[in-house]
Design a binder for this molecule. Structure first.
Ligand SMILES: C[S@@+](CC[C@H](N)C(=O)[O-])C[C@H]1O[C@@H](n2cnc3c(N)ncnc32)[C@H](O)[C@@H]1O
Length: 264
């Protein structure tokens, strides 16, 4: 049976992390392995954007861990290497993705030691699966705070799948939880976008409102033009002047990210 094309979008991200590692922009020693031999994907990768994305997720996991959060869920995990790469002692790391992704990924990481306490594969299709039940079956504890990653996932979800997932994430998040994800504005996606031939399903101007409504009281969306990697410190600068409200995003093309915290 043919592999769902959405699964294959994980590979160019691994290619970008491999290229970024070679250029000294980021460090992901596993990226080359996770590219699964698809070296043709190294041509024309967007190393800069993927490096920013990788760092944003890393920094959120690490800062949350410092605050005592030891549960991470990577939604649409793809070739996420954080369970093998980030020093997150005591952490249970859940990767949610489709069966075909894990069939591709598992043999590549089989011999790689974990840097977290445990890694859990949660198989399903977001939009069709019961996310809460699938996570809990793998030992997820909704009474504990969680760091949620939605890196490179949101464009592939339909409007209703996105709303339902946001509601699930809200319901499964104890105080202290945080999330991060990236997508494009509604106008951008409505005009037609794809990644390696896989069309995007939805873009939103109101991710900040969407996650505030499900309990993330400190929720902001940003135009990614104001989010950059500081080459000297190696960390990400998020310029507060690039916060976008639904009103400011409406009718404009832009790449956006949402970062939100449930403080109470
Ligand atoms: C562009 S990749 C991003 C992978 C990873 N988060 C990263 O940034 O390296 C998108 C991933 O989302 C997964 N995905 C897309 N739609 C999905 C869905 N409805 N349910 C589960 N996984 C999905 C794909 O299988 C793929 O692994």
């Amino acid at each position: 049976m043919a592999v769902d094309p959405r699964v294959l979008t994980a590979l160019p991200i691994a290619a970008a992390r491999m290229q970024g590692t070679k250029r000294g922009v980021v460090s992901d020693p596993l990226a080359e392995k996770l590219l699964a031999g698809q070296t043709q994907l190294l041509q024309g990768v967007n190393t800069g954007y993927m490096a920013v994305r990788m760092k944003l997720g890393d920094e959120l996991c690490l800062s949350q861990h410092k605050n005592g959060t030891t549960q991470v869920v990577s939604l649409g995990a793809g070739m996420d290497s954080r369970a093998f790469r980030l020093n997150l002692p005591g952490t249970r790391f859940f990767e949610v993705d489709m069966q075909a992704l894990f069939e591709l990924k598992q043999p590549l990481v089989a011999d790689t030691p974990l840097r977290v306490e445990s890694r859990h594969k949660v198989v399903g299709v977001i939009g069709e699966m019961d996310i809460g039940a699938a996570l809990k079956a793998q030992g997820f504890d909704p009474s504990k705070p969680t760091t949620w990653l939605m890196e490179g996932l949101l464009p592939y979800l339909t409007v209703s799948a996105t709303h339902n997932m946001a509601a699930d994430v809200g319901a499964l998040s104890a105080p202290g939880s945080a999330l991060w994800g990236d997508d494009f504005s509604k106008t951008s996606v409505d005009r037609g976008m794809d990644f390696h031939g896989v069309p995007f399903e939805s873009g939103f101007d109101d991710y900040d409102v969407m996650f505030r409504k499900v309990g993330f009281d400190d929720s902001k969306a940003y135009n990614m033009d104001g989010v950059n990697l500081d080459r000297h410190s190696g960390s990400v600068n998020v310029n507060p002047r690039y916060v976008v409200t639904p009103e400011r995003a409406r009718g404009r093309e832009m790449c956006v990210m949402v970062r939100a915290f449930k403080t109470r």
